[in-house]
Design a protein around this ligand. Structure first.
Ligand code: BV8
Ligand code: ZN
Length: 244
């Protein structure tokens, strides 16, 4: 397939690849996506659980929304799509930039070492006052306190209306890669959803791996349709077949 040949050429000529993942890559691990049937936003309203105003208004509800999702991490594991990206990192090392919108830890548990969580991570807590970030695997309660300054803690998550991480340097640099591949994202939340357009403006090769058409489908050069856990390993292993 043409996309495989183009990626093999990039790998051969030591070019760079940027991959952006969304909730769809974790769906086959059993983690609910946001949109589509059974999506999180079917059960919860964004303005009730995923904004700073919601946290101010009802911290218990917001903390419980993330505690429930953090607890779920104990019962899920990476799927073949996460492992395929870890194999790609193993092969091309720092020529791969992996950016995820996901707040789960499945990329790391599959062996990816350098993951940019532009929307934060469930497994970290942040102080509401001094912003110190600490690893956190249990529930966060309103009584938990920052060890440095004694103030309340919040999930280290980027809520709607808050500025995502890595926008200043890593993401602009990542958009200079010859290839931009999005995996399992509906392209409905900005600025993440705008990244494919940025890549196109820079004449990069763009590939979408998704179960179905997304809002950004028209902007991609190539489309691999199907479950990421099936399609991505096949594609990446075909690209790596001639890479030594
Ligand atoms: C910002 C962490 C300013 C939380 C997330 C009004 C007020 C304020 C802001 C706005 C506004 N109007 C618009 C905005 C901007 C807003 C936005 O875009 N809103 C949308 C709703 C219109 N964005 C923001 O607020 C952002 N911040 O704008 O700050 C700014 C910005 C830049 C510079 C200066 C200032 C912050 C957004 C981050 C919010 N936090 N996550 C949490 O997890 O609880 S967003 C969350 O939803 C995800 O992180 C992700 O980013 C986003 C979309 O989710 P997806 O990952 O795409 O998942 P989804 O379910 O939508 O789609 C899954 C896809 O997978 C589907 O296509 C499906 O077909 C596919 N799929 C399913 N199964 C599989 C599969 N594919 C393959 N295999 C499968 N098996
Ligand atoms: Zn503090």
């Amino acid at each position: 397939m043409e996309a495989v040949l183009e990626i093999q050429e990039v790998l051969r000529t030591s070019g760079r690849i940027t991959v952006l993942t969304g909730a769809g890559i974790s769906a086959e691990s059993g983690i609910a996506t946001f949109r589509g049937d059974g999506g999180l936003w079917d059960k919860y309203k964004i303005e009730d659980v995923a904004t700073p105003e919601a946290f101010k208004r009802n911290p218990e509800l917001v903390l419980e929304f993330y505690n429930m999702r953090r607890r779920q991490l104990l019962n899920v594991k990476p799927n073949p799509a996460h492992f395929a990206l870890a194999r790609l990192e193993e092969a091309v090392r720092d020529r791969l930039t992996l950016i995820t919108q996901n707040v789960d830890d499945l990329h790391e548990r599959a062996g990816s070492n350098r993951v940019l969580h532009m929307h934060g991570e469930l497994t970290q807590a942040r102080c509401t006052s001094c912003s110190q970030v600490v690893p956190w695997t249990g529930d966060i309660s309103v009584t938990d306190r920052c060890e440095s300054c004694g103030e309340a803690l919040r999930p280290h998550i980027v809520w709607f209306g808050e500025v995502p991480f890595h926008l200043e340097t890593e993401i602009p640099q990542a958009l200079e890669a010859e290839i931009f591949m999005a995996v399992g994202t509906s392209g409905s939340v900005y600025p993440a959803a705008g990244m494919v357009l940025e890549a196109k403006l820079r004449q990069k090769l763009t590939i979408e791996v998704n179960l179905e058409a997304s809002e950004n489908t028209p902007f991609f050069d190539h489309h691999l349709r199907g479950p990421a856990g099936v399609v991505l390993p096949e594609f990446i292993d075909a690209c790596l077949a001639t890479h030594k």
